[in-house]
Ligand binder design. Structure first.
Ligand code: PNW
Length: 520
């Protein structure tokens, strides 16, 4: 019986000691993006990005006619940002590089000295503070000059992006070991082209969105292959893509199939080509769109096909999976003749699916964010089921509020509930999540919502030319999780000695109890 005793005891030890701890080596970070924080929209040699153009030519499309011209002025305040990250004890800081700041023409014919200096300073100072730089190469701010040539709908964009990525790898690859090629193609393809409420502001539902989708996959893959071939052996970094995913639940018990189709359209379109064994588009989606297109009288599918070579090029271009997670939706089959709204918020016209929310999910202050913490666990488990035992890095998760409160209890609750689910995914479902990043370090320019909603762990005073930052309760809460490496923050941070004593006492009692039971 000694082996039974030993198993029971070791299981109990795990439960008592490590139940709410994150695995050793698990990394915590915070994320931002160039256009949302940097400002300095026309500093030095920087050229216009599509967001500069969009906010200046369509002021009415942004809450309170706001722009990112100054934003948090992180172009000048980057040292303060690093201090905030350092005070919270973060392991990494995820930021993005502005393509038009580094390559004003969009092409690698000329590298801006000031652009290069800015990112070198940022990277070096992060490393001096023991914070790992995690770098997103593209976060929505395409050079306007490339938009004038069709932007993400021109197939050449894959090479434009890959050439830009090569410059970035060669300038910063000696110090940056974690790369995200593209942030959220679902946002700059589907949301942009289906709804038109983001740069470049062109609507082309079910056409432009799919062309963009394919080009984004090829752009990511070409950049990955360049890193693999020209830099990996020298620098040994990791590289992948991050997408934003809503977790889809069936609207009623009979909507399982609709929910799974919606998951394939949301997550599958940007992960299946890269992470699945077969590569290419999710077969169910490819079939449905081909059929629809034929019915519409088109001699081809609106979803551009991959060639065999392209499938091979894209398949396997990952070292981990990047996930941005905020919210969930339900899916159900549309009734005959029912009006189907835009993907991904209200419906999936190509799939004849209506998208909705559950009444029990509380809404945050941003229109699209309904709170369902279990969604993140389900999504993580779905990835494991679909793509196997891959490493997953959560590159964004966050909560929006209108008010400026420093005591942001709702945000603290959101993080607590989501981190609990992440921990369950790791411990109960065996999903290999290796890190987690909050959106976002500081309040910043929230795209069409301008500065009207806040996602920051730090409040930023946008009326103050200095853009003063003040930590919220959520910053303290997150810092204590990072410090204790556990959701049991009080035990460890208030008095780690006491916690150890408590644990030992509980352990001894448990062992005595088990011994008594087994000998009886
Ligand atoms: C992500 N939606 O974008 C981005 O990566 C960040 O730039 C952004 O600030 C953050 O999430 C919060 O919005 C999203 O409409 C943009 O569902 C739009 C949506 C979700 C995320």
């Amino acid at each position: 019986m000694w082996w039974l005793k030993a198993t029971v005891i070791s299981l109990s030890v795990c439960a008592v000691v490590g139940g709410r701890d994150f695995p050793p080596g698990f990394k915590f970070g915070a994320s931002t993006a160039a256009y949302q924080v940097e400002g300095a929209w026309n500093a030095s040699e920087k050229s216009m990005s599509i967001w500069d153009t969009y906010v200046h030519t369509n002021p009415h499309k942004i809450a309170n006619n706001a722009t990112g011209d100054v934003a948090c002025d992180s172009y000048n305040n980057w040292k303060t940002d690093i201090e905030l990250a350092s005070k919270m004890g973060l392991h990494f800081y995820r930021f993005s590089i502005s393509w038009p700041r580094l390559l004003p023409s969009g092409f690698p014919d000329y590298i801006s000295k000031d652009g290069m200096r800015y990112y070198n300073n940022l990277i070096d100072a992060l490393l001096e503070n023991g914070i790992e730089p995690v770098v997103t190469i593209y976060h929505f701010d395409l050079p306007q000059s490339l938009q004038n040539l069709g932007g993400w709908t021109n197939p050449l964009v894959a090479d434009w992006f890959a050439n830009y990525a090569r410059v970035v790898f060669s300038l910063f690859g000696d110090r940056v070991k974690t790369w995200i090629t593209l942030n959220e193609p679902i946002t700059f393809c589907d949301i942009s082209y289906n709804i038109g409420n983001a740069a470049p502001g062109h609507t082309s539902p079910g056409v432009g969105s799919y062309i963009c989708n394919k080009n984004a996959m090829l752009a990511h893959a070409k950049a990955y292959r360049i890193y693999e071939k020209e830099f990996k052996s020298k620098y040994n970094g990791k590289i992948s893509i991050s997408n934003q995913v809503f977790w889809f639940e069936p609207h009623t018990k009979s909507d399982d199939k609709a929910a799974e189709k919606a998951r394939q359209l949301m997550a599958g379109m940007y992960y299946h080509p890269i992470f699945s064994k077969k590569g290419g588009w999710p077969p169910v989606i490819e079939r449905i769109i081909a059929k629809k297109s034929k019915k519409e009288g088109l001699p081809y599918s609106r979803l551009p096909a991959f060639t065999k070579e392209e499938i091979k090029l894209v398949k396997g271009t990952y070292d981990f999976l990047g996930l941005n997670f905020y919210t969930s939706r339900t899916a159900r089959v549309a009734k005959p003749g029912e009006q189907i709204g835009s993907w991904p918020f209200y419906g999936a016209p190509d799939l004849d699916i209506i998208v909705d929310v559950k009444p029990k999910w509380k809404k945050s202050d941003i229109w699209w964010l309904y709170i369902n913490p279990e969604g993140i666990r389900n999504q993580l488990a779905w990835f494991k089921k679909e793509y196997g035992d891959i490493e997953i890095l959560i590159t964004e998760n966050g909560f929006a509020s209108y008010n400026d409160d420093i005591n942001d209890k709702d945000r603290v609750q959101y993080y607590k509930d989501h981190l609990e689910q992440v921990l369950l995914a790791i411990k109960e479902d065996g999903v290999r999540v290796t890190g987690y990043s909050v959106w976002t370090l500081i309040d910043n320019f929230e795209w069409g919502d301008g500065y009207s909603v806040k996602f920051g762990l730090h409040h930023v005073n946008f009326d103050d030319p200095k853009r003063t930052r003040t930590p919220r309760a959520s910053a303290d809460y997150y810092a204590s999780i990072v410090k204790s490496h556990s959701l049991d923050i009080n035990n460890k941070i208030t008095d780690s000695g006491t916690k150890k004593i408590k644990k030992s006492a509980a352990l001894i009692l448990l062992m005595v109890f088990i011994n008594t039971c087994l000998s009886a």
